[in-house]
Design a protein around this ligand. Structure first.
Ligand code: GLN
Length: 483
């Protein structure tokens, strides 16, 4: 039995029965990281001593009947998540060597549930990208498709889980960064409702969009992580004051897809998308219908403006959030400037990568006097219309089915020369982000070369239970079980 190919649920079963220990599992994952990560570049930091210490404590907790919901399970964290005493760079040179003085709430909750953190995963710098090629520490490679990207920006998280370098992972999703890499690597990735998971201790990119979400092998695994990290946190004023739902139970709900009305938006099947993606998604919709769901076409008429609105709002927020990186408070200081301004300029010139600079310039421009109304304010109005589209759609349907991305994993270097084509890779993930609704990606087939296709499921605000019920039903239908 290959310990590193197991899902979280199976691991918990083995730990409970005593057939495996957390120390044994953790050693297996650490060995796999040592063997495979020089090629994948999924990890930016590995913390073996800390992991083995926590694994030993987890084994004691299991023996003493004090095991938490993730006790002894080896996981990884995207480098956007602050980890006390462990370097946290968000994929940027400007944070090189910085070790935060506290843990993100999501990290603290994961560890309190007994999870064993193996290390921090590579990503596009500050979450800005869709391929994990925009990291100051080199690109992440796809675990099974040579020459392809693993998606982004949580590409390290997805590659780590898909390659068996961690049993599950936490990523962050601003406009698709959990869902799209999950789709490209054949995993489940959940972006919760905005406000469901605390952003405290998460490196800020677009604060009105950012959410932490799990990447895992199965819906149940993702549900278990979400149950642990979700819920109110007084340290984040945008975190909704409600307890998390029973997400694992939802995955197993016996009614499955029966009785759900599912909408298929015409705007999510566009010219230029890969035929294999459209075919796989349509086939999945048909199978869910056979399994007892009602399916109907819907309209989300403002979808065509979503990418433009997203890249105005996200860059505007980023330009403000990234102003704090001045070479004084965090990370390396650039050169010996004559003046304070020169110090800032050199630190930022040396510390930020090209894509981050582009976004800061764009975001500063769209917020500047004279252009604010034409760009930023206009984008906010479009955002309201997109949100309204979803409100109207959810008056008619319980959930929405769509592709996660217009293509399967694309080739490394294919889109790096043209930022606009890279931005278009997010065409199906940014509108749920702008609306704030929960969405997930689950595998639904592959193209002729074996590259996985992701089926995106979207539910109304705070209906993660319904979302996971549907994901569980889909897994059973897909894998040939009873719906
Ligand atoms: N690719 C999108 C961007 O670059 C989304 C990234 C994300 O969700 N962090 O903004």
């Amino acid at each position: 039995m290959e310990l590193t190919s197991l899902d979280v649920r199976t691991i918990l079963g083995l730990l409970e029965s005593g057939e495996a220990s957390s120390v044994e599992l953790t050693r297996a994952y650490l060995a796999a990281i040592e063997r495979l990560d020089p090629r994948l570049n999924a990890f930016l930091a590995v913390t073996p001593e800390r992991a083995l210490e926590r694994a030993a404590a987890a084994d004691v907790a299991w023996r003493e009947g004090e095991a938490g919901p993730l006790c002894g399970v080896p996981v990884s964290l995207k480098d956007m998540l602050l980890t006390r005493g462990v370097p946290t760079t968000a994929g940027s040179r400007i944070l090189a060597g910085w070790a935060p003085p506290y843990d993100a709430t999501a990290v603290a909750r994961l560890e309190a549930a007994g999870a064993v953190v193996l290390g921090k995963t590579n990503q596009d710098e500050f979450g800005m990208g869709s391929s994990s090629e925009n990291s100051a520490y080199g690109p992440v490679r796809h675990p099974t498709l040579p020459g392809r990207v693993p998606g982004g920006s949580s590409g390290g998280a997805a590659a780590a889980v898909a390659a068996g370098l961690s049993a599950a992972a936490l990523g962050t999703d601003t406009g698709g960064s959990v869902r799209q890499p999950a789709a490209f690597t054949g995993l489940v990735g959940v972006k919760p409702t905005y406000g469901r998971v605390s952003r405290h201790g998460v490196v800020a990119y677009g604060s009105s969009l950012d959410q932490v979400g799990p990447i895992a092998r199965t819906a149940w695994d993702a549900a278990r992580l979400l149950e642990v990290i979700a819920g109110h946190d007084p340290a984040d004023s945008t975190c909704w004051p409600a307890p998390p739902g029973a997400y694992c139970a939802a995955v197993e709900a016996p009614e499955g897809a029966r009785g759900l009305t599912l909408g298929v938006p015409r705007e999510f099947f566009v010219a230029g998308m890969e035929p294999a993606v459209e075919e796989s998604v349509r086939a999945a919709v048909a199978r869910l219908e056979e399994a007892g769901a009602r399916v109907r076409p819907i309209r989300l008429p403002h979808t065509e403006y979503a990418v433009a609105a997203y890249y105005l709002i996200a860059t505007a927020e980023a330009s403000s959030n990234l102003a704090r990186y001045d070479g004084v408070r965090f990370g390396p200081r650039g050169g010996d400037g004559e003046t304070l301004l020169e110090l800032y300029q050199r630190s930022r010139a040396e510390g930020f990568g090209a894509e981050v600079k582009r976004r800061i310039l764009l975001g500063t421009f769209v917020l500047s006097a004279g252009y604010y109304e034409a760009y930023y304010l206009k984008a906010q109005k479009v955002r309201s219309l997109i949100r309204r589209d979803f409100e109207l759609a959810f008056e008619e349907v319980d959930a929405i089915l769509a592709p996660t991305a217009p293509t399967t994993a694309f080739r490394m270097g294919e889109k790096t020369g043209d930022p606009l084509t890279m931005y278009l890779a997010d065409i199906f993930t940014v509108s749920p982000s702008l609306a704030g609704v929960p969405a997930l990606s689950t595998p639904c087939g592959a193209d002729a070369e074996g590259a996985p296709v992701g089926l995106q499921m979207i539910a109304p605000w705070f209906e993660e239970e319904r979302l996971l019920r549907l994901a569980g039903a889909w897994e059973r239908v897909r894998d040939g079980g009873a719906p």
